[in-house]
Design a protein around this ligand. Structure first.
Ligand code: EPU
Length: 355
């Protein structure tokens, strides 16, 4: 069968052969997909997934491409949801339920909630990516994880061949993890429902926030002030992917038994520890360990580590996904050798296995 490079059927989706993915991943590495299908109405997913071009295995679903390392070309088709609605579906004055299409840009959604007087997402300002990707890795920052505010996630379930709606409990949210991350070939997130209060206690205790609010001369902050503080901190510390290719934190903070965390801290005074996901474990700072191994600001060719944050790998221009992966492996090995702790990547790696 011969197909023209661009096919548009019914205005609901568009299929492109041999698609360039450089502008679709925030690392800005070069890669090509055999097919790219952009879907403008998630109701067309059944039809799209039945296309002959999409029969070579589960498609790679791309949101903003901000949590992805293309270490090779994807072997299957790439699917992008080009859907942009935000609707208030319930509002009793104290709490609103909003339904957000997967393709909505995350930070644009946060700004929209701030304008609507809806709280909860203020600590998550300026995170790159889309609303649909947010529950997949349970995005988190400054003491908040998005899972806290998710009421339900709408998906296309490839096993059932139908749309399904999963409530929050079914999503199994954990640190940078969810059911959707564990079963990437089964679920395509199409929309997310958030339950957002109009009043709640602000989350101000994360290191950096009180200092920033003080520098802004704000004694009694509103949720909009908190968002502004987060935006200022992030803009200072995290390189802007529009300027220099990166995927945010490349490594997760490892969660280790509390006894091991204490022992490590005794041997390495200054190693920051955070609450884990249970009373008997702790999250330890991967950034601190990486910086301690001397990697902060390191550069080899165009692959490097941000000078402003040791967790962020950067592409200074023409680094390949393989070069970035090779650097990440060297970093992880040095942390393992010095601290005896394994650090794991946060982004999804395409075209290679981590180990
Ligand atoms: N630190 C260093 N060197 C550095 C950076 C940080 O030693 O270069 C130490 C400092 O002691 C600092 C501590 O690490 O106090 C924590 O740093 P930061 O507040 O930046 O947080 P993080 O643990 O490095 C996590 C998230 C970020 C999120 C911030 C703020 C992960 C993998 N990363 O980073 O999320 O913005 O907390 O809440 O959990 C992302 O996931 O892409 C991301 C940017």
């Amino acid at each position: 069968m011969s197909l023209s490079p661009h096919q548009v059927r019914g205005g609901l989706w568009r299929l492109t052969a041999d698609a360039d993915l450089r502008s679709r991943n925030t690392f800005a590495v070069a890669a090509r997909a055999p097919w790219l299908v952009e879907v403008r109405d998630s109701g067309a997913l059944g039809e799209v997934l039945a296309l002959p071009e999409l029969q070579g295995g589960a498609p790679l679903v791309l949101g903003g491409g901000s949590n992805l390392l293309l270490a090779g070309n994807p072997e299957t088709a790439v699917l992008a949801l080009d859907t942009h609605r935000i609707d208030i579906i319930e509002d009793d004055g104290a709490m609103a339920i909003i339904r957000v299409d997967a393709g909505v840009e995350w930070h644009a959604l946060v700004l929209w909630t701030l304008r609507q007087g809806l709280m909860g997402l203020e600590n998550l300002a300026l995170i790159p990516g889309t609303a649909g990707a947010a529950p997949i890795q349970n995005i988190g920052a400054y003491g908040t994880e998005v899972g806290e505010f998710v009421r339900a996630v709408e998906t296309w379930d490839r096993t059932a061949g139908a749309m399904t709606r999963l409530d929050r409990e079914s999503c199994a949210f954990a640190y940078r993890d969810s059911l959707f991350k564990r079963m990437p070939d089964r679920y395509i997130v199409t929309a997310v429902e958030f339950a957002l209060p109009r009043a709640r206690a602000l989350k101000l205790d994360y290191a950096g926030i009180p200092e920033e609010l003080q520098a802004m001369n704000i004694a009694s902050p509103t949720f909009r002030d908190v968002a502004e503080a987060v935006i200022r901190i992030r803009s200072r510390k995290l390189p802007n992917p529009a300027v220099i290719g990166n995927a945010g934190s490349f490594f997760k903070n490892p969660i280790v038994p509390a006894a091991l965390a204490d022992e490590l801290q005794q041997r390495h005074p200054g190693l920051p520890l955070f609450r884990g996901d249970a009373t008997d474990n702790r999250k330890i700072s991967a950034a601190w360990m990486i910086e301690n191994c001397g990697w902060k600001g390191y550069r080899e060719g165009d692959a490097g580590v941000a000078a402003s944050h040791a967790l962020v790998l950067v592409n200074h221009g023409a680094a390949t996904g393989q070069e970035l992966l090779a650097l990440a492996r060297r970093i992880a090995r040095s942390v393992q050798d010095r601290f005896g702790v394994a650090i794991e990547p946060e982004p999804k790696i395409i075209g290679a296995n981590w180990q």
